[in-house]
Design a protein around this ligand. Structure first.
Ligand SMILES: Nc1nc2c(c(=O)[nH]1)N[C@H]1C(S)=C(S)[C@@H](COP(=O)(O)OP(=O)(O)OC[C@H]3O[C@@H](n4cnc5c(=O)[nH]c(N)nc54)[C@H](O)[C@@H]3O)O[C@H]1N2
Ligand SMILES: Nc1nc2c(c(=O)[nH]1)N[C@H]1C(S)=C(S)[C@@H](COP(=O)(O)OP(=O)(O)OC[C@H]3O[C@@H](n4cnc5c(=O)[nH]c(N)nc54)[C@H](O)[C@@H]3O)O[C@H]1N2
Ligand code: SF4
Ligand SMILES: [Mo]
Length: 696
């Protein structure tokens, strides 16, 4: 008899709601949860391929302890007790010699982040919890806080009702979130317009009404030209700006030199088109969305691009507007309570500075809830502000996700303990001392997701099947390790069900409420605040701060003068740009049997004219050389990319030999990229590396 289990996908971190068909204890089929409006039963290719993950013999099947030099691939299988005792012993030794602060805990922020943070504070006694956030969108986070006092995660977009959507390299039809994709398709069918800007013609570009092949790195100049036109021609929402914006005068003053003609020179986009677009989009205000972006880790001045995008939204009055951006609403809006977190307990106080110096005058603005991951290698090597000797990597691969792998590797060699909690033989697992295998998302329950939006809801990941191998859910692994270190009292549960019950208690919902549909709603109505007098911005002025007190109190200018983006200096030099495809998640899925078959390796997109000049043929091998490393990869010769850039998919070129299908296939972007940072916003500049390309 087939059984249906409602849960949440975790083939990537979007966590789409799913319905899993289970027969005889096996996953038969995975589809989108039909009870969730916007999902319509659909999933992306990766979501469907989740079934191939479960029985893959190339998964980590039990705890593993290193049996030879680090990275040599010599392992022995161990019991949980043995592996956890081994780690506890090493952690205690490091703590005695260097203090708890010398152990860092890095993860991809996830549903049980509250457990990881509790573990870092209460068990390791370290300030050094960090997430992937800065690597992904740290500068968008800081930009949003500087303008609205909210993080990017607290702002949503009402795609379904939008009349014009503007995407700056937000390649949403390939770098997918299922619900927004469906909502955008609906809006397009209802007559909405789509403008897409990217040096590369992506699938999203192919669906757009207007596509601009911008010179790479110059989106900020485009926005300055747009803002110039919008202010000059008074195309903005005067009432909204008068009521809710602080700093309009400063912006008007600053923007004067940045005419559309100036913009044309910088971006390659004709001035007439910029003016026409500004007039067209303004007709649809406030139901227009200039998308803030998802991966906002492109350049070292990223913060100002992301601020300029959100300034455009504010000028359109598209904040807390139907078909625009909105502040996400939590249960407090309906006098209810969110799920409880372990971090709400009375935890030991840790008041030392962080390894990445976030929150100090050196690096004041990035979000201290996440830290800045790419600072880790330098901090380890310089022992500044103090030695780091241990690392936990939980669902996070610093070797492939932090730019400049050789540099990161050099730093890892200085560590006395590297533990990874993973499901795969990832590159970081391969280079660890101990691998602790987590049960896959289809085999485990997770902490409930407090999903704030126009309507607050809670979603729950429920196990579809029992674990196939000797694996455990993350929160149980960390609790058992805490017990080994005499700190079990901070983890008041013996099973995931007990943890979820404890968390749900204040909400008035219980586990049983999730069985039927996989989620619960606090209310049926969309909550919009009153645009006349009901908007609640969390800035010191209570307004949208174009001239930002957050930036200026930290000594940064709200409107620094524009600096031109560099161009390639010689004929065979290109700006390396990267991104995702619909069939893979970052660095996680390249070894999945089904997805590997669809896209087994990455290739290098190169402009046809440039390829001809360099004697490079389609599908021929090319050598890509940066200041950090080099690699050999197949060329994809195409008109669909700007001549100043070459493009490759992120996440290939794995070095872990136990992941047989993905081992050594393609080139890893992280090996080529240099590790540089937007020192205001916090993101790395993943597109700041120039490479030379020659025939191999
Ligand atoms: N060079 C370069 N670096 C980048 C990017 C880039 O484009 N280029 N992109 C950036 C972006 S946008 C992001 S979001 C980050 C993502 O950075 P990461 O979080 O490091 O990447 P992921 O591929 O999402 O996941 C990493 C690890 O999680 C493991 N994993 C998958 N599922 C599970 C699970 O259920 N449990 C456990 N315990 N482990 C699991 C995978 O096997 C993999 O080893 O990388 C950033 N870094
Ligand atoms: N299939 C799939 N979907 C995913 C993910 C996944 O791994 N796989 N990951 C999720 C996550 S964590 C994230 S962060 C998002 C990422 O989603 P996106 O933010 O859409 O990011 P990328 O896929 O990295 O695509 C970046 C695009 O920027 C373009 N680009 C490069 N330089 C410039 C420039 O100067 N200007 C402009 N305008 N564009 C430029 C590149 O050509 C590329 O098409 O996707 C999410 N969805
Ligand atoms: S976007 Fe795809 S892989 Fe990511 S959670 Fe949704 S269905 Fe799963
Ligand atoms: Mo991301």
């Amino acid at each position: 008899m087939a059984e249906q289990v409602y849960s949440q996908c975790f083939m990537c971190s979007i966590r789409c709601p799913i319905k899993v068909t289970v027969e005889n204890g096996q996953v038969r089929f995975i589809q989108g949860n039909p009870h969730v409006p916007g999902i319509k039963g659909s999933l992306c290719p990766k979501g469907v391929a989740g079934s191939a993950l479960v029985n893959d013999p190339q998964r980590v099947q039990s705890p593993m302890i290193r049996n030879g030099p680090r990275g040599s691939g010599q392992w022995r299988s161990a019991s949980w007790d043995e592996a956890l005792d081994y780690i506890a012993d090493k952690v205690n030794k490091i703590k005695e010699q260097y203090g708890g602060k010398s152990i860092a805990f890095g993860e991809r922020a996830q549903l049980s982040t509250h457990v990881s943070k509790t573990f870092t504070r209460a068990v390791l006694e370290s300030p050094n919890y960090f997430s992937h956030d800065a690597l992904c969108k740290g500068s968008i986070n800081t930009a949003c806080r500087s303008l609205f006092g909210y993080t990017d995660g607290q702002i949503g977009m009402d795609y379904s009702n939008a009349k014009h959507l503007v995407l700056y390299g937000r390649n949403i039809f390939e770098s997918i979130q299922v619900k927004p994709v469906n909502q955008i398709m609906d809006a397009l069918e209802n007559g909405a317009k789509l403008t897409y800007i990217d040096p590369r013609v992506t699938v999203t570009a192919s669906k757009a009404h207007r596509y601009w092949m911008i010179r790479p790195g110059t989106d900020l100049a485009l926005n300055y030209g747009l803002i110039h036109t919008i202010i000059n021609e008074r195309l903005y929402d005067q009432t909204f700006v008068d009521n809710w914006v602080k700093g309009m005068d400063k912006l008007s003053q600053f923007i004067r030199p940045y005419t559309p003609e100036w913009t044309e020179g910088e971006t390659g986009i004709p001035a007439t088109e910029i003016r026409e677009f500004a007039r067209e989009v303004a007709k649809d205000k406030p139901s227009v969305i200039f998308h803030m972006g998802y991966r906002g880790a492109h350049h070292q001045n990223e913060i100002h691009l992301r601020r300029s995008i959100m300034i455009l939204n504010s000028l359109m009055g598209s904040i807390e507007a139907k078909g625009g951006n909105f502040i996400k609403k939590g249960p407090g809006e309906v006098d209810a309570k969110p799920a409880r977190k372990l971090t709400e307990q009375d935890l030991p106080h840790v008041d030392e500075a962080r390894f990445d110096k976030v929150g100090t005058p050196d690096f004041p603005l990035p979000d201290p809830n996440h830290g800045v991951a790419q600072m880790l290698p330098q901090a380890i090597l310089d022992q500044d502000p103090y030695p780091i000797k241990g690392l936990f990597a939980f669902r996070f691969d610093p070797l492939m996700s932090i730019p400049d792998t050789n540099f990161t590797k050099k730093a890892l060699q200085k560590l006395e303990l590297v533990v990874s909690i993973d499901i795969n033989y990832s590159d970081i697992a391969w280079n660890s001392d101990v691998i602790l295998p987590e049960s896959t998302y289809l085999e485990r329950m997770d902490s409930p997701q407090q999903a704030n939006s126009l309507k607050p809801q809670i979603f729950l990941r429920q196990p579809a099947i029992s674990p196939v191998f000797d694996t455990l859910p993350g929160p149980i692994i960390l609790k058992r390790l805490a017990e080994k270190m005499n700190a079990g009292e901070y983890f008041p549960y013996n099973s995931m069900e007990e943890l979820v019950d404890w968390q749900l208690e204040p909400t008035g919902f219980c586990l049983q409420d999730f069985r039927e549909k996989g989620f619960v709603s606090y209310t049926d109505k969309s909550i919009f605040w009153d645009r006349e007098d009901g908007l609640k911005f969390k800035t010191p002025s209570g307004k949208i701060e174009f001239d930002s007190s957050l930036l200026e109190n930290a000594g940064f200018d709200s409107f620094p003068e524009y600096e031109s983006a560099s161009k390639p200096k010689q004929k065979d030099e290109f700006r390396l740009i990267v991104g995702r495809c619909a069939q893979h998640t970052h660095v996680s899925t390249q070894n999945n049997p089904l997805l590997n078959e669809l896209v087994p390796e990455n290739v290098l997109w190169i402009n046809s004219k440039k390829a001809e000049e360099l004697g490079i043929g389609n599908n021929s091998l090319v050598r890509v050389v940066s200041g950090q490393a080099s690699g050999t990869i197949k060329a994809k010769v195409t008109d669909c990319i700007h001549p100043h850039s070459v493009f490759m998919l992120h996440g290939f070129g794995h070095e872990s030999e136990l992941a047989l299908r993905s081992f050594n296939k393609g080139v890893s972007d992280a090996t080529l990229q240099k590790n540089v940072t937007d020192k205001v916003g916090g993101s790395p500049g993943l597109h700041e590396t120039f490479v030379q390309v020659k025939t191999a």
